[in-house]
Design a protein around this ligand. Structure first.
Ligand SMILES: NC(=O)C1=CN([C@@H]2O[C@H](COP(=O)(O)OP(=O)(O)OC[C@H]3O[C@@H](n4cnc5c(N)ncnc54)[C@H](OP(=O)(O)O)[C@@H]3O)[C@@H](O)[C@H]2O)C=CC1
Ligand SMILES: O=C1O[C@H](COP(=O)(O)O)[C@@H](O)[C@H](O)[C@H]1O
Length: 481
């Protein structure tokens, strides 16, 4: 028996033939199908301008499952069940004509036309099309209080454009119906950060500026922008990664305990953190941010560009708990490793009481590994065994999810897609959060533009520009590699 069967819904993916849908959303739904979490009546409707009928779409998705689901997780029965739910409708979301097929499918099928039908509209298309899609759905009477709309990031490309998009969506959907996805919030280890902080007591007394020296948040990728150059070259790493994923992780590290883990309490606390970020403007941007580009980027996208593929920066949360603690963030493409980590580095003990311990001890550090090998490590100093006096040695307490739990760690999208079907908004961003993040990021973009800050070059397969190391070295610190 499955643990959980989520309510039946009509799940429509605008952009159903795109990279995100085929690589993440449908494989994610497949995994949930395999666990039998999807209701037997749930239908999945892909929408795109592709000339595909249902059979063609089913073939396309089957191929995608074979490509993106590990072989040992492919089960013929589950593939068949998922594929049988699929439909495809060809329409241009920017054209008010041609929506009859979608209307007929969602409205006219017996049993699916009531006010109670849960309809999920997943907008896996550029945010410029969100408004027109919502308007059309509304015109066709396809929006009821039971409907939910999922918005992919990035929402706009700056504060003003994100407001325009949010206004357009908000004219049709109530805020409670809007699910702004940030897939990092669906990662098991990111959620575990909440549990580690708030379901245990030992961290809370030291989780503040008195004991924490600094925090490092790293999302390092080995891939370039293959196949996404058109989008990426307009966006760059600050918009693509920092404005959303990295700031969300910073929020989870820095936020105060919510009264309970529910949509608004968690999001209220994250919002307070975003609003407490010290603004980076003018000369501070020049001093505290690093903009990089890998040397083969131009070749990859087919021409010269000044878009950054790497960002490192130093942020501060100006509140009682975190005053003066640097939060160093960095992210980049074509780096040496695929790795996402949060490092909370504690201060040195106030007094070096062991003889010869100077230079031998390293500060305590909590590493939260989001990928690969999700887990956590607490680095400490231990006594080296043996009678030769007290010799200090670095050691660590290790929690690896793979070792600790039998279950496969689900991909972030799996969790988030089920949450949408169940109507649980906690791990999605509220409008005010997205806008507060843009408010903080925008002056950095402005200063880079006004000052003509060109990205510094770094070689693929390295740790990024040397300037990122200097950012920390100036303050006597180093990145944890
Ligand atoms: N790919 C990823 O890993 C991630 C993507 N995202 C976001 O998700 C969104 C989609 O990204 P991605 O899948 O990579 O993009 P792709 O370009 O691969 O796919 C876009 C999809 O949208 C469809 N589409 C585009 N314009 C229209 C239109 N006017 N009417 C109907 N369908 C349309 C395309 O099909 P057709 O051309 O046939 O119409 C295709 O199915 C973007 O906003 C992106 O920023 C966010 C995080 C990660
Ligand atoms: O949202 C995005 O995230 C991916 C990185 O996600 P991960 O889960 O593989 O770490 C990034 O490649 C992409 O550019 C960005 O849009």
């Amino acid at each position: 028996m499955p643990d959980l069967v989520v309510p039946a819904c009509d799940f429509t993916v605008f952009g159903g033939t795109g990279d995100l849908a085929l690589r993440k959303l449908l494989p994610g739904l497949y995994q949930r199908e395999r666990q039998r979490n999807l209701h037997p009546d749930t239908r999945i409707i892909g929408v795109s301008r592709h000339d595909l009928d249902d059979a063609g779409y089913r073939d396309l998705v089957t191929q995608a499952l074979f490509e993106h689901v590990p072989d040992d997780q492919l089960e013929a029965g589950a593939v068949h069940r998922l594929v049988s739910r699929l439909h495809h409708l060809r329409l241009d979301a920017t054209d008010p004509e041609g929506w009859d097929g979608l209307h007929a499918l969602l409205k006219d099928t017996p049993g699916s036309a009531t006010e109670d039908t849960i309809r999920v509209y997943y907008l896996a298309v550029g945010s410029g099309v969100f408004g027109p899609i919502c308007d059309r759905l509304d015109d066709l009477g396809l929006v009821t209080p039971q409907c939910r709309v999922v918005l992919e990031k990035p929402i706009g490309s700056d504060l003003d454009s994100s407001r325009v998009v949010n206004d357009a969506v908000g004219r049709v959907f109530e805020e409670s119906q809007v699910y702004r996805i940030d897939h990092y919030l669906g990662k098991e280890s990111v959620q575990n950060l909440l549990v580690t902080r708030f379901a245990n007591t030992f961290l809370e007394p030291v989780w503040n500026s008195r004991w924490v020296d600094h925090v490092q948040i790293t999302v390092s990728e080995t891939l370039g922008v293959a196949g996404r150059g058109g989008y990426y070259d307009q966006a760059g790493a600050l918009r693509d990664m920092v404005q959303n994923h990295l700031l969300q992780m910073l929020c989870l590290v820095a936020m105060e305990p919510p009264t309970y883990v529910g949509g608004d309490p968690v999001r209220d606390e994250k919002l307070k953190v975003l609003r407490a970020l010290k603004p980076l403007t003018g000369a501070d941007v020049d001093r505290l941010t690093v903009r990089g580009q890998y040397t083969t980027y131009g070749e990859e996208i087919g021409g010269p560009s000044t878009t950054e593929t790497y960002v490192a920066l130093r942020a501060e949360v100006q509140n009682w708990r975190w005053a003066g603690v640097p939060f160093y963030l960095r992210t980049g493409k074509r780096l040496a490793r695929k790795e996402s980590t949060i490092e909370v580095v504690f201060k040195e003990p106030p007094h070096a009481m062991f003889p010869h311990s100077e230079g031998v001890t390293t500060p305590n550090r909590l590493t939260i590994r989001m990928q690969p090998d999700e887990g956590m490590q607490l680095h400490l100093t231990a006594k080296h065994p043996g009678p030769g006096g007290i010799r200090l040695h670095p050691a660590s307490l290790d929690l690896s999810y793979d070792d600790a739990f039998d279950e496969r760690s689900p991909d972030a999208y799996e969790r988030l897609l089920l949450d949408v079907m169940r109507g649980i908004p906690t791990l999605f961003m509220r409008r005010d959060e997205v806008e507060a993040a843009w408010e903080w990021v925008e002056p950095i973009l402005d200063q880079w533009e006004q000052a003509g800050v060109e990205p510094v070059r770094y070689h693929p397969g390295t740790n990024g520009p040397a300037a990122a190391a200097t950012l920390l070295a100036r303050e006597g610190r180093t990145w944890q590699e």
